[in-house]
Design a protein around this ligand. Sequence first.
Ligand code: AKG
Ligand code: FE2
Length: 351
Amino acid sequence: MTSEPHSPLQTFRLPAAVRGTHSDRALGRALVAAWQSDGIFQIRATRTQQEAMERALAASRAFCRRPLNEKALHVSDLSYSGYVASGEEETAGERDGSEIFTVCPDIPADDPRVIDRWPCHGPVPWPSPNYARAMKDYMRVVGGIGGRLLRLTALGLGLDDPDRLTRLTTDGWHHMRVLRFPPADAASERGIGAHTDYGLLVIAAQDDVGGLHVRPPVPGEARGRNWLPGESMAGRYEHEEPWTYVTPVAAVFTVFPGDIMQFMTGGALLSTPHKVRLAARERHTLAYFHEPAFDAVARPLDAPDSAEYIHYGTHFTRMFMRCYPERVTTARIEAEGRLKVLDRLREEALA
Ligand SMILES: O=C(O)CCC(=O)C(=O)O
Ligand SMILES: [Fe+2]
């Protein structure tokens, strides 16, 4: 474990495997403490991880340079994977400037779940084989970080079973947003409005431009339960301090908890609100989300028999329908009554 005094954020090195040793437990406690004070920490990237990150960013830059009409072809009405033009996404009803390619699990059209009309399930409309390879490689590499971080988190929270969290992530619904932010102009500096992300962990990489801000835990501040319809965190505290600027640092990942972590820990770890402001130059980032399985049910760690739960696939589907009210994917879920399929999946998962 290293903590670099000169960096504004705490930075850690991950062991190659997490076995539950004394030093794993100490590292886990340090990670939990960093989230509780700062809402975020950095993980030092290995050479291999750094190379995968560079290849993914290069593939994204090449794709983003293609004409809009070509990029816009890479959309699916089965899955939220694919291209999102600048201005298409909404956070709290306001349009974001980000241009995005979303990569959700790549599920072949003949998979039984696709045939049975599970919402959000389908193939990724990849722009090219090279792009697909770069993103899949990167997600595999970052997924390995996610698995180790979840074991360390379980140890850091003092749980006896280091696999208490990873048990939810077998066949995890890990996904990624590959983002480009245009330079700010006179009309707008809005990259993405304040929000929290939905799952267990957000593992992000950014180029050298900067623009990300996170909200650290604030003693006494009410934080919504983003998974409940009346408590959306979208837009919350957008214009109220404190926000911490995440200075770009080469060869690191920044990591913070998502909604499921807040729910499971009863708020001991808060889902970190964050927002992006546009900079003078265009900016490229990779936001990877380490998630429970689509049909997993999360319950509070200290009350596993509680009546309170989150069915992950329901939360994911609701959040994406909220961000993309006009997308073909949303229209098809509604037109085909696919939310009823989700109701059935949830009942089966709870049974
Ligand atoms: O670009 C970033 O640094 C963060 C992007 C983000 O918050 C998201 O994609 O959910
Ligand atoms: Fe985010």
